[in-house]
Write a protein that binds this ligand. Structure first.
Ligand code: ATP
Ligand code: MG
Length: 276
C-alpha cells in the first residue's frame, strides 16, 4: 500500500471481499485496492453510531495515534476517508485473525511460542512508550496475527497520548492492574502488568485472577493472589518473569528493556523467529 501515492481515497478505489468481523461500532471487510491489487482490511463505521455515542472525537484520536505508529508488530492504519454516512479505515490485513482464537484452539501455547509473542508485544510497547502512547487495552482480542503468524497490536480505541499519570477507569477486568482497580493514577507500568497477565494466559490458557464474580476478581488483583497450577508444566524462569511483572507496586515491575533481557526470553524467543 503506497500511502503517499494518493491524497484522497474513496470507496470506488476498492473491491470489497468477505466480512472479517463485526465490532462495537462497525464491520470489517477484506478488500483490495483496485490499482495496486494490494489487499487490506476495510473497517466501516456508520457516522450515526459515532454521533449516538458521541465518540467521533475518540475515533479521531485513535486514528491519529495509529497512523503515526509504524512498527512491525503494530497493525498499520494506512489512511481513512468518509462519505455522507460512513467513515472508512484502511487497515493492514491480518490474515491469520485473532490470537485469542488461536489460543482457545490450542488450549495454551508452548514456551517458545509464548516467549516469541511476549517479545514481539514488548518490542511494540517499547516503541509506543517512546512515543508517549500507553495502549491500556492490551488483551488477546486486540492482538491479531498476519500471514506469517507475526503478532500485531490492533485497536487503539483506549490508548492515550500522555506524559502524565492518568485517572480513568478503562480496560477489561481480568487484565486490569491494581492501580486501576483501586482507581489510583497510572502510567506506562500498566502495560507491563498486562504483559505479565498475558504471559500467564499464553502458558496456562486462563488468566491468573479469574473468579466467580467481578468483585472476587478485583479482590484477587488487589491482593495479587497469584497461583501456578501444577499443569501444564511451566518452567521456573517463566514463573519468575510473571512474578516480576505482576508486582503490586508499579515501580517494582520489570521494565520493558529488562523483559527483553530476561533469561526466559533469551532462551525461548530466538530472534530469527521474532518475526521482524
Ligand atoms: P471494537 O469496535 O471495540 O474495535 P472489536 O475489536 O470487536 O471491537 P473490530 O476492531 O471492528 O471490532 O474488529 C472486528 C473483528 O474483525 C476483529 O475481532 C477481528 O476478528 C476482525 N478484524 C479487525 N481488523 C482486522 C484486520 N485488520 N485484519 C483481519 N481481521 C480483522
Ligand atoms: Mg477491535
Amino acid at each position: 500500500m503506497c500511502e503517499n501515492s494518493k491524497r484522497e481515497w474513496s470507496i470506488k478505489d476498492f473491491e470489497i471481499g468477505k466480512p472479517l468481523g463485526k465490532g462495537k461500532f462497525g464491520r470489517v471487510y477484506v478488500a483490495r485496492e483496485i490499482k495496486s491489487k494490494y489487499v487490506i482490511a476495510l473497517k466501516v463505521i456508520f457516522k450515526e453510531q459515532l454521533e449516538k455515542y458521541n465518540i467521533l472525537h475518540q475515533l479521531r484520536r485513535e486514528m491519529e495515534i495509529q497512523i503515526s505508529l509504524k512498527h512491525p508488530n503494530i497493525l498499520r492504519l494506512y489512511g481513512w476517508f468518509y462519505d455522507d454516512e460512513r467513515v472508512f479505515l484502511i487497515l493492514e490485513y491480518a490474515h491469520n485473525g485473532e490470537l485469542y482464537k488461536e489460543l482457545r484452539k490450542r488450549g495454551h501455547f508452548s514456551e517458545k511460542q509464548a516467549a516469541k509473542y511476549i517479545l514481539s508485544l514488548t518490542k511494540a510497547l517499547a516503541y509506543c512508550h517512546e512515543k508517549h502512547v500507553i495502549h491500556r487495552d492490551i488483551k488477546p482480542e486486540n492482538l491479531l496475527l498476519d500471514h506469517e503468524g507475526r503478532l500485531k497490536i490492533a485497536d487503539f480505541g483506549w490508548s492515550v497520548q500522555s506524559k502524565s499519570k492518568r485517572q480513568t477507569m478503562c480496560g477489561t477486568l481480568d487484565y486490569l492492574a491494581p492501580e486501576m482497580v483501586e482507581n489510583r493514577g497510572h502510567d506506562y507500568a500498566i502495560d507491563n502488568w498486562t504483559i505479565g497477565i498475558l504471559c500467564y494466559e499464553f502458558l496456562y490458557g486462563v488468566t491468573p485472577f479469574e473468579a466467580e464474580s467481578q468483585n472476587d476478581t478485583f479482590q484477587r488483583i488487589r491482593n495479587v493472589d497469584l497461583n501456578f497450577p501444577p499443569t501444564p508444566l511451566v518452567s521456573r524462569n517463566a514463573k519468575h518473569l510473571i512474578c516480576r511483572l505482576l508486582e503490586k507496586e508499579s515501580s517494582k515491575r520489570l521494565s520493558l528493556q529488562k523483559i527483553m533481557e530476561h533469561p526466559w526470553i533469551k532462551e525461548n524467543a530466538t530472534d530469527m523467529t521474532v518475526g521482524e
